[in-house]
Write a protein that binds this ligand. Sequence first.
Ligand code: FAD
Ligand code: FES
Length: 270
Amino acid sequence: MTDNNFKNKMIIYAKSLNPLFLLKNANKLINPRRSLTVYFTKVKKVVRHNEKVSTLYFDLKIPSYPGQFVMLYLPGYEEIPLSLSSPNSVTVKAVGETTQALVEAHEGLSIGLRGAFGNPFSPSDKALIIAGGIGIAPMRYLYEFLKRCGAEVRMIYGEKSKDGLIWLSEFEELTITTEDGTAGIKGTVLEAVKKEDLSKYSRIYACGGWEMLKALYKFLKKADVLRKAEFSLERYMRCGIGVCGSCVIEDGLRVCTDGPVFPATVIGNI
Ligand SMILES: Cc1cc2nc3c(=O)[nH]c(=O)nc-3n(C[C@H](O)[C@H](O)[C@H](O)COP(=O)(O)OP(=O)(O)OC[C@H]3O[C@@H](n4cnc5c(N)ncnc54)[C@H](O)[C@@H]3O)c2cc1C
Ligand code: FES
């Protein structure tokens, strides 16, 4: 696609957002977490981790905190939410058309980004990070952020099989789990969590599939440490700024603006 073509598509895209953003919701948009910034940038580097997962590095750093997400627009595809895996990257797993196109992306590709959106993880000095599958994406950003702040950080990272694990050399204190037993402890992340002395952590962070989060929720509740936990949730999203209602969960909470990071105590009934 030529630069002019891309610019035209971006103008149409930006205009299509205007009535929603500006006319009806001007008051809501004053909140800086509902940033109106739209970035037009290029993919600077692509790291293909495996057949299903790639990390795309952008030409710019997005002002953000770990746990926040961007709405990424690849011309010709749906705009989709993706967590930042660093201030200048997203890490994508192919599950459908758009994510597949992003996993196969090449350097120099033009993309649009809105954000960063949503509530980030809160900081802590003794952290246990629990990541399942592509849930590792925001957790890598969180890990690096907490380490830079001088925190003690332990990571538990689970995948179905060894081939799916990424970034293993980047984490100092790491326990791996695989469901098929090809690396680390056999089973889900819960098997590793059960072996931890949870009382020594000031915060427990989790991001992963819904089944994993449900099981973890039950376990942490029973262990009486739920108040220390923060979960990052995923829901289908359209606007990313609290307007369209497509990400509403229990009690009218919107994952895009009230989350995606929630205190675990808040999401008990989901
Ligand atoms: C806040 C947030 C952060 C996210 N961060 C990441 C990330 O860092 N990396 C990443 O790979 N993915 C992430 N996702 C999920 C990603 O947005 C979806 O995988 C993507 O929208 C699917 O688009 P698609 O067109 O490729 O697939 P579709 O054709 O739209 O869907 C393919 C399949 O994936 C399911 N699906 C679609 N969207 C979601 C969703 N939001 N949650 C769960 N299942 C979904 C569909 O039900 C369908 O079964 C995040 C989602 C949210 C809400
Ligand atoms: S995505 Fe529109 S309200 Fe959350």
